[in-house]
Write a protein that binds this ligand. Structure first.
Ligand code: CMP
Length: 140
């Protein structure tokens, strides 16, 4: 199993604010290779399944509503130390706490509408990537 991949989504707020291009530029400038990418809209069931790990959290239904409110860009990215380096690039979950220059500091609105998703472990990167992409849609 490769451990140098991560999974991301550019979320509805960042799509709506016209920042798809800026965010992809920041990702590739940081040395990530795009292995798979698609522009899509999650169904309610897909969003519930994707975020099932948060099902008991008070913000779960708000999160599902938000993630189905508009299109997203989903992608698998490759780079040495991908999961940790990508989380550094995007910054803290809450943009108010994110470091200057991070994607969330630059483009996110709030903790809920936080512009991008980044996997939190190699295992979740594989699960989340598999959720969105068939192997024959990945180009290493
Ligand atoms: P993400 O990295 O995609 O993983 C879980 C998401 O839940 C997170 O980004 C936020 O969009 C959302 N989230 C986390 N904490 C809160 C919160 N306190 N209120 C609303 N949404 C949250």
């Amino acid at each position: 199993m490769t451990t140098n991949r991560t999974f991301t989504m550019i979320k509805p707020d960042a799509v709506e604010s016209g920042n798809i291009g800026n965010i992809i530029q920041a990702i590739t400038d940081a040395g990530f290779k795009i292995v798979a990418m698609k522009y899509t809209k999650l169904s309610t069931q897909e969003a519930k399944d994707f975020y099932a790990v948060h099902a008991e959290r008070p913000f779960y239904l708000e999160l599902v509503d938000y993630m189905t409110s508009g299109p997203i860009v989903a992608a698998i990215l490759e780079k040495e130390n991908a999961v940790a380096d990508f989380r550094k690039l995007i910054g803290s979950t809450d943009p108010a706490e994110a470091e200057e220059g991070t994607i969330r500091k630059l483009y996110a609105e709030s903790k809920a509408k936080n512009a991008v998703h980044g996997s939190d472990s190699d295992e979740n990167a594989r699960i989340e990537g598999d959720f969105h992409f068939q192997p024959d849609h990945c180009f290493a």
